[in-house]
Design a protein around this ligand. Sequence first.
Ligand SMILES: [Fe+2]
Length: 255
Amino acid sequence: MYVYTPFQSFTPEQEKKLRESTSTSTCYENFLTDEEFAFCRKLVMNTKKWPEQGRVAKYWGFNFESGPGPLLTFLKDKITEILPRWKPDFLAFQEAIEPWKLHADIRWYSDKIPYKVILIPMDVEPMSGPVDIDHWPETFTYSFKQRNFLSSWTEEERQRPVGDRNDMSTWSRPYDMSQVEDFVPGYHIPKEEYDANLNHMPYDWFEGVTLEQRHQWKPKSLFYWDNTQLHCADNFLGKGIRTKRSLMVYTILGD
Ligand SMILES: [Fe+2]
């Protein structure tokens, strides 16, 4: 799923650009027209063979020149309208199996600055079976204010064996990761919010973590977060949802 080089940091110049390009996670309702949404949705819904399947998601990564990418080039100008500095890194169709716990998507590149991760909801399917787009059950993606710029690795972390990044059982809670910044002492996610939506990880995973945005999945909408930014899914399985399907666009910072 990821081209991932562990325990690297960006150069000071790269890290400066990475920090300067952060912004608040943002949602655009009705980003796609009815026709554009129906077109993308059909592509995702018709995907039956998934090149990658971890425990957390089924996944098909491609770029604008491969797989279904050429059919999606109409997205380029539309994305430029909301993110003028973007360049495409890669795209993906994703079908959720388990809800993602708190993490940042940040990957290290020697020559690219990761930018925004864009999610375009395509489908929400209850346990009881598929529903039409007007009847998606309520489900969310959360973004938080804490970010990981891959700076300040401890020596102990650099020595640690590299696990499968998609195996969430090996993940640490963010508070114990020296790269994650801007924790606010204490607990700030209301217990009611946790019990209703976020109880797929222990409550202590939210130590020091503060909410930035909660985006509801709606047909035709788009939202993005910083590649460096902590985010997670809601506990959709606990809410009677079998799977969520999405179109993702991973971006890098243009010149
Ligand atoms: Fe993610």
